[in-house]
Design a protein around this ligand. Structure first.
Ligand code: 9Z3
Length: 329
């Protein structure tokens, strides 16, 4: 399969990939109404000064056929998002976890995708009952307690997406529902979102046939949704986006460019191969980025970089809330 991404220059297509018209030309996900109702309920159930974070996590798919057999996927296991959600909860945030279906989820992530499978954590006791293996009891117990506590307190809401289109519809919906709470809401946009897609009307209706020979794909550029998000959907909220690169020469300039273009609060820059132990935090105010880094030995011992990253962001978010209160007074 050869991938030849290119931006269409046709007037009609440009109209369709405009952020404002995207939603008129693509179908919403089947869980949109459910998500709307659940997020509205979740937000209403929180205390008035509750800090809320929308964490996006996992990769989006881009279908190649309307009756989809094949799709292009974006790299992301959901480690960053799910680990960060745990840290936000520990710091007292209420978390809306907008994640790719079947990707890693807070607390469950430690077991659900184990290479040996779920059953490797269990054993049968002499009385015939099923037990957790003794070496896992403490850790699993702590994760279970935390998961049940936050769920019972209504502090964790899970919403899932699969395709790019699902993601964009859900992102807009959730943004509009939380925007009214203003500065106390943080957006933590860690999902790996495709830059290219095939508009519904350009897609093959049915499975692409191999009898027709090699496949060349022409994909359109996805409209930049960070613009409307920052300007129109949630202009008062604290917005953190992520920049992923594989070429170190590009990372800093791309992060700065995003800040300048969209005018939001923070860009977290990371490299594919070192993302688990090193990230850079860019803001418009600081000339040099802050480096957040852990030892690889700490990572192996179970210390996630997200502990340090989320702590630092929560600190900056608190400052942002205070400044907004002062300027409002
Ligand atoms: C990230 O950069 C995340 O940190 C990772 C996390 C996807 C690398 P994992 O889930 O990986 O822990 O395996 N996310 C944002 C990537 C992205 O799509 N950014 C876009 C861009 O760079 C839009 S803001 O242009």
């Amino acid at each position: 399969m050869s991938l030849t991404p290119s931006v269409s220059s046709s007037v009609d297509l440009r109209r369709i990939i405009d952020p404002d018209t995207y939603f008129d030309n693509n179908l919403p996900p089947t869980n949109l109404q459910w998500a709307h109702d659940e997020v509205a309920r979740f937000v209403k159930s929180q205390a008035p000064d509750q800090r809320i974070v929308l964490v996006t996590s996992g990769g989006t798919t881009v279908p190649l056929e309307n009756n989809t057999v094949r799709f292009v996927d974006n790299f992301s296991a959901g480690t960053r998002g799910s680990s960060s959600a745990e840290q936000f909860l520990a710091l007292g945030y209420a978390v809306i976890f907008l994640h790719r279906e079947q990707s890693l989820q807070p607390f469950n992530r430690h077991y659900s995708h184990s290479t040996q499978g779920m059953l490797s954590y269990l054993q049968r006791a002499t009385d015939g009952s099923l037990r957790i293996k003794p070496e896992w009891e403490d850790k699993m117990g702590r994760d279970l307690d935390a998961y049940q506590k936050y769920t019972a307190q209504d502090k964790l809401l899970m919403v899932s997406f699969t395709t790019l289109s699902d993601y964009l519809f859900l992102l807009r919906e959730v943004s509009l529902l939380v925007a009214g709470l203003g500065p106390q809401v943080m957006f933590y946009l860690a999902a790996a979102v495709s830059d290219f897609f095939i508009p519904s009307h350009s897609m093959s209706e049915h499975k692409i046939q191999s009898a027709e020979g090699d496949l060349t794909l022409r994909m359109n550029q996805v409209p930049k949704f960070l613009g409307p998000l920052v300007k129109n959907w949630a202009p008062l909220c604290f917005i953190v986006s992520f920049k992923l690169e594989t070429d170190p020469q590009l990372l800093g300039s791309k992060a700065r460019h995003a800040l300048k273009k969209y005018g939001h609060q923070v860009v977290i820059a990371n490299m594919l191969n070192t993302r688990k132990w090193q990230v850079w935090l860019f803001t418009r105010e600081e000339i040099e980025p802050a480096t957040i880094q852990i030892d690889q030995s700490d990572l192996a011992a179970g210390h996630d970089i997200e502990q340090d990253l989320v702590k630092e962001l929560a600190r900056r978010h608190q400052k942002y809330i205070k400044e907004a209160q002062v300027s409002h007074a």
